[in-house]
Write a new protein. Structure first.
Length: 379
């Protein structure tokens, strides 16, 4: 009850926290995120990523590196001990620079291979999950996140599905790693009990071997655990990016434009096409009509054209305008219902008529040339 009341209290602060902490349905966000929303989130550094996977990969590669370079690391460590012990009574550490220089030199030799491999493993773990991506937005200070709403914070941290999953995951890791350690140690109990009678280096080697096996098996177990963790993180990510119906409408309007503006643009484009198309009607040799529904203007020039070309076409009101322009410019109008319907359906403006219409067009052009006195040219 306390947290519910606290959540309802208004926060008198200029800052608003932008974290989406709860189920999307509770906030009216029921729709799956769009491609634009997912792309924007990625640009802001909000991606699906399992920290468990990267941590396990770093642990596994680091321990393998230590195993590979163990002899060199041991030699360097022994050299360091001999150096400091042999010079402990001869060097004044308050004035000499040999000690810090020696320390840095030994430290780099011992840790550099592990650090380099751990860095590469962390890099590969992140690249494997999110791909190659660079953004500075995740490190830019955001004052909206300084003053959280504590009601939401406690609900998310203690009473949410994410909190339950993280708690269960932590308990499972402790139990599973503890079981791995128990089984490994149990199998070596007889040898461990005899360490009191074993030389130091052999004892040390046995303890290191057991520890190495425990760490490697634990790292592999964490890698396996990273699979359900990644699936859960993906679900949380999608849940946090879900959108309301209104957000989808606003996004569509933003990216595709206002429907009213688009409608006006389409109408304007139609007007421009109509004007340009009607300019070609006076150049036509004939206009084929339906007679009321379709009108197709055709031009024929034997020198430059393979066949008659459709220069304008239209239906209903557009057909009426084509016929009006044709009459004003003394372009012959020929009624042929099947031909007009077929040309309107099959031939686009600027295209030559198909071969199956040659015979019909030759008859029409011959008729026109007889009426106009033009010399007939074969199609």
């Amino acid at each position: 009850m306390f947290f519910d009341d606290l959540y309802r209290l208004p926060v008198s602060t200029p800052f608003e926290i932008d974290l989406q902490w709860f189920a999307a349905e509770d906030e009216g966000r029921t729709e799956q995120p769009t491609e634009q929303k997912l792309r924007k989130a990625r640009e802001e550094g909000k991606v699906v990523k399992s920290v468990e996977f990267t941590s396990a990969l770093v642990l596994l590669f680091s321990i393998i590196t230590i195993a590979i370079f163990s002899s060199g690391i041991l030699r360097t460590t022994m050299d360091m001990l001999r150096f400091f012990l042999s010079n402990s009574t001869q060097i004044d550490i308050s004035t000499s620079t040999i000690v810090p220089q020696a320390f840095i030199s030994f430290f780099v030799k011992i840790t550099a291979p592990v650090f380099v491999v751990a860095f590469i493993a962390a890099l590969l773990g992140n690249v494997f999950q999110v791909g190659i991506m660079f953004t500075a937005k995740t490190i830019i200070p955001d004052f909206k996140k300084i003053v959280p709403r504590f009601g939401k914070f406690f609900k998310r941290a203690m009473f949410s599905g994410e909190a339950a999953f993280n708690l269960g995951k932590s308990i499972f890791k402790v139990i599973f790693i503890g079981l791995i350690a128990y089984l490994n140690i149990k199998g070596e109990v007889p040898r461990i009990t005899n360490l009191v009678e074993t030389p130091f280096l052999m004892s040390f080697s046995l303890i290191v071997l057991i520890a190495f096996k425990i760490i490697v098996e634990a790292a592999v177990a964490l890698l396996v655990l990273a699979i359900p963790d990644y699936m859960f993180q993906k679900r949380l990510h999608i849940e946090s990016l879900k959108m309301s119906k209104q957000e989808i409408k606003e996004e569509r309007r933003m990216y595709e434009g206002d429907p009213l503006v688009k409608s006006r643009l389409r109408e304007r484009m139609r007007d421009l096409l109509t004007q340009n198309m009607l300019k070609n009607v006076p150049k036509a040799d004939v206009v084929i009509t339906n007679p009321t529904h379709f009108a197709i203007a055709l031009e024929w020039d034997r020198v430059t054209m393979v066949a008659p070309v459709v220069t304008a076409k239209g239906a209903d009101n557009m057909a009426k305008k084509i016929k009006e322009v044709a009459k004003e410019n003394d372009v012959p109008l020929i009624e042929n219902k099947p031909l007009a319907r077929a040309l309107y359906k099959e031939v686009e403006i600027g295209d030559s008529i198909p071969e199956e219409f040659y015979e019909a067009m030759a008859t029409i052009l011959a008729q026109i040339y007889r009426l106009t006195g033009k010399k007939q040219e074969a199609v």
